[in-house]
Design a protein around this ligand. Structure first.
Ligand SMILES: NC(=O)c1ccc[n+]([C@@H]2O[C@H](COP(=O)([O-])OP(=O)(O)OC[C@H]3O[C@@H](n4cnc5c(N)ncnc54)[C@H](O)[C@@H]3O)[C@@H](O)[C@H]2O)c1
Length: 376
């Protein structure tokens, strides 16, 4: 394996962001001298695939050095592709992961890893037939404010987490207009709640049981969305720690009151809050005062390519570099396939609980997928 790994990207809407994030220098920060610093050192994008020729032309304008094809098999057959990065619609992830494993490739799959029990079983079985590794591209973990929160937690500054409270809220008419598949072939529990549920799982460890309620907003009804697009979830971990997740995809946003994604950790030694998009981070100091960091303008070139809020350049580059480093060093990393499948089972438990009005245990779903024990 060479020290620079080649990435082949399938699905060139969000996936185009990854091409740019890997191959372009960070743009100069307004007011600072230009440099040619890159976001990554041991990966580069070598190939892109989309079945839509217009998406390819758009990507080619940004990254002409990359090989393009409309045929996924052609991308998979390339020897310069070490890692396949999947950004196709949710319901295609399972099939695209299995094909990549069969071609002997490592995989980054955007969230949600998969959105059906059948695909969970297929992907798990396919992973056992080879040595290939997978990272779930949980972008929020790799955003600056959430990275700071994790460092504080790992240093012990928050103590034991007693309650993790997370949400992802975003009005989605623009998304339905561009990606009609979101109204029919997935569920907001996978498409949207994958962010807060992953965060809660990251801090609380294996989850025992969920209790969820769901509803359909006026916007969801207008677009004929099949799934609930409002979810409230209570979570209890195997450790007895508690979590709470909320999602609303038809709301009128009030960003000063609630950023799109937030995670508040209430710990035995302190409380902390990380926000996306505003990249703010808050934490209690030992003397009880509140420390505030406002990181957006300092980091907007790296994370948003100099937009104030925009595509996920920084997070995608961060997780791709992190995964490449883990592949090259052999060190462990997360969320890996096992943790991703477990988080899928938590999401499926939420879906079933909201549909039936009953609490749902996660362990039987893990058993149905063929996972003997929860990860961690
Ligand atoms: N924070 C994040 O990490 C984040 C943000 C947004 C979307 N996503 C995820 O990224 C994925 C894609 O979302 P999007 O908004 O880019 O969707 P999109 O509909 O805009 O783009 C999907 C692309 O995949 C292409 N495609 C579909 N089937 C294909 C096939 N068989 N072969 C090649 N190309 C194919 C389509 O032509 C389209 O260009 C979804 O799973 C979504 O949940 C993640």
């Amino acid at each position: 394996m060479s020290t620079t790994l080649g990435v082949g990207v399938v699905g060139l809407h969000e996936g185009r962001t990854l091409l740019v994030a890997l191959n372009h220098p960070i743009p100069p920060t307004v007011g600072l001298p230009a440099g040619d610093q890159r976001r990554v050192s041991s990966v580069r994008a070598v190939a892109g695939c989309d079945q839509d020729a217009e998406k390819i032309e758009r990507a080619r304008r940004d990254c002409p050095e990359v090989f393009y094809t409309t045929d996924y098999e052609t991308l998979l057959q390339r020897s310069d592709v070490d890692i396949v990065a999947i950004y196709t619609p949710d319901a295609l992830h399972g099939e695209h992961i299995v094909q990549a494993f069969q071609a002997g490739k490592h995989v980054i799959c955007t969230k949600p890893l998969i959105n059906s029990m059948d695909d969970a079983r297929r992907v798990w079985q396919a992973s056992k037939r080879g040595e290939r590794k997978l990272l779930v591209g949980q972008s929020t973990r790799f955003f600056e404010s959430f990275r700071r929160q994790r460092i504080a937690y790992e240093r012990g500054e928050l103590g034991t987490i007693e309650l993790a409270d997370a949400h992802y809220i975003h009005r989605m008419d623009w998304y339905y207009d561009k990606s009609l598949w979101a109204t029919t072939t997935t569920d907001w529990v996978f498409l949207g709640l994958s962010h807060p549920l992953d965060l809660i799982r990251w801090y609380l460890g294996p989850i025992e049981q969920v209790q969820a309620i769901g509803s359909r907003s006026a916007l969801a009804q207008e677009y004929g969305v099949k799934s609930f697009d409002i979810y409230c979830v209570n979570v209890i971990a195997r450790s007895s720690q508690l979590g709470r997740a909320m999602g609303h995809y038809g709301l009128h946003e009030l960003p000063s009151a609630r950023n799109a994604i937030e995670l508040t950790l209430f710990g035995s030694q302190g409380t902390s809050l990380a926000q996306y998009h505003d990249m703010r981070y808050f934490q209690t100091a030992p003397d009880g005062t509140e420390i505030q960091y406002d990181l957006l303008y300092q980091n907007r070139a790296y994370y948003f390519n100099n937009e104030v809020h925009g595509m996920h350049y920084g997070e995608f580059a961060n997780y791709t570099q992190y995964f490449a480093d883990a592949l090259l060093s052999g060190e462990s990393y997360g969320p890996d396939l096992l943790e991703g499948l477990e988080t899928f089972c938590i999401m499926e438990a939420v879906r079933q609980s909201a549909a039936t009005g009953q609490p749902v245990h996660v362990a039987p779903l893990l058993g149905e997928v063929g996972l003997e024990r929860a990860h961690g």
